[in-house]
Design a protein around this ligand. Structure first.
Ligand SMILES: Cc1ncc(COP(=O)(O)O)c(C=O)c1O
Length: 457
């Protein structure tokens, strides 16, 4: 029986990433408030938010300083655009702050409101740059199967997941996908992580040569893949890929929308995983998700090409009403200040061993095939047979069932394709709360195992 609020929801809202038909029966989980790493539903039941919302609320749910930063800025100057040379202090200061902490030399920053918009901007800028440089054929962008880069027309095309393409007439032209670097699933028998990385780099090189290097502009990758399964790349992966890109003058776009701002125990995921990007997309934890903000950080060669392009066509024809919105920028500045002052990134590195120890213990569970993480992000693959890695029939929706049991236990996690569970808690989680998370998950997995015994053989 749906509550009044739930019934109103079903009649009014389209929920992203939800089975629209089954949802009409199940109804929503309506969350009312948050405190630290917990959220509470309308009945007052607490849940440990093991996904930091959508990989984003790094500072948890009740940070007064962020609320104050928004309030102060809204009272002073609630809106000011930065079109046609207008500007304001928060946008300037935030661009400076981002340049300062960037993992590679950055020349300029362009703002938007989401990760999808950031990656859409990346595609447009790669095209604009190569047109301005007189290389109109160099337009293809290589993404990866299971990569996640968003849902706008170009960013959904970069995304390598079937549900983002089917019935949407995507991907658009000039977007290619190379293999997913998931060693557990795709390595050959006995293949080391390094050998798997070398094979994937060789495959990328073949793709670039087959397409013609003069037509390939960029390669885009998340340091740790998020929505594709919370997949940590194999050892040596980005070093091997980076060498291929350098050989053929293909630029590297780091999608740091999840890994940026400390998720892997370094300010950017690129630093932890040996990526040397030319441009970087960020969003989510830039404001701890308290305000919608995305950004693209641009290197000097791209900026120079943009200058040349603008000299040719006049106005630079890109940007959003909310590019550099003063309130979002003020909240981002406060977020970055808190990261530095409270040593949030160092805190992730300090908590990582405990998080990974608790994660590794799950590998003894009969349902768990792989449990792998880095920093404070992890992916768990549920399998019918650990020895052969045999999966359950996707129709059984085992991971979705496990997430349902987690919810009953008071833990919010997310199930992803291929019966994977993702864990990505707020960065402020304590060691005791990490224990709470894994204790609840352990109980939910036991209940899931019990339930699988009722499945048809
Ligand atoms: C790595 C990555 N890139 C891009 C996006 C898209 O961001 P948004 O949902 O803000 O458009 C996401 C969202 O989860 C993401 O995880």
């Amino acid at each position: 029986m749906l509550t009044n609020l739930a019934a109103r929801d079903v009649e009014t809202l389209i929920h992203p990433y939800t089975h629209l038909d089954k949802f009409r029966e199940a109804g929503p989980l309506v969350i009312e408030r948050g405190e630290g790493v917990h959220v509470f539903d309308t009945g007052g039941k607490p849940y440990l938010e093991g996904m930091a919302g959508l990989w984003c609320t790094s500072l948890g749910y009740s940070n007064r300083e962020l609320v104050e930063a928004a309030r102060e800025q809204m009272e002073k100057l609630p809106f000011q655009h930065i079109f046609s040379g207008r500007s304001h202090d928060p946008a300037i200061a935030l661009a400076e702050a981002l340049k300062e902490i960037a993992p590679v030399p950055i020349s300029k920053v362009t703002f938007c409101s989401s990760g999808s918009e950031a990656n859409d901007t990346q595609v447009k800028l790669a095209w604009y740059m190569n047109n301005a440089l007189g290389r109109p054929r160099k337009k293809k962008i290589i993404a990866r199967v299971k990569g996640y880069h968003g849902v706008t027309v170009a960013s959904a095309s970069l995304t390598g997941l079937p549900a983002n393409h089917a019935l949407f007439d995507l991907p658009i032209q000039n977007i290619l996908h190379t293999s997913c670097p998931h060693h557990y699933r795709y390595a050959e028998a006995g293949e080391t992580e390094e050998a798997f990385s070398a094979r994937l780099a060789a495959e990328l090189e073949e793709m670039i040569l087959r397409e013609d290097p003069d037509t390939v502009a960029a390669f885009i990758a998340e340091p740790v893949m998020g929505a594709g399964g919370a997949l940590v790349p194999p050892k040596g992966y980005f070093e091997a890929i980076g060498a291929v890109l350098a050989k053929y003058d293909v630029r590297l776009i780091a999608d740091e929308v999840i890994c940026g701002f400390g998720r892997l125990g370094t300010m950017f995921g690129s630093e932890r995983l040996g990526m040397t990007p030319n441009t970087i997309s960020v969003a989510k934890a830039i404001t701890s998700a308290y305000m919608p903000l995305g950004a693209v950080m641009i290197d000097e060669p791209m900026y120079q090409a943009m200058l040349a392009g603008s000299r040719e066509v006049g106005t630079f024809g890109h940007g959003f009403t909310y590019s550099g919105h003063p309130t979002t920028c003020a909240v981002a500045l406060k977020t970055l200040e808190i990261y530095a002052r409270d040593k949030i990134v160092e805190g992730v590195a300090a908590k990582e061993p405990h998080f990974l120890r608790r994660l590794a213990m799950l590998e003894d569970h009969p349902l768990v095939g792989e449990a792998r993480g880095l920093g404070l992000i992890a992916g768990i693959e549920l399998v019918a047979d650990g020895a052969t890695k045999r999966q359950y029939d996707p129709k059984a929706m085992v991971a979705a069932k496990a997430v349902g049991f987690c919810q009953e236990e008071g833990l919010i996690l997310r199930n992803l394709m291929g019966d994977r569970l993702a864990i990505c808690p707020p960065l402020i989680i304590s060691e005791a709360e990490i224990d709470e998370l894994f204790d609840k998950l352990g109980r939910a997995l036991d209940r899931t195992l019990e339930w699988t015994r009722t499945l048809p053989a």
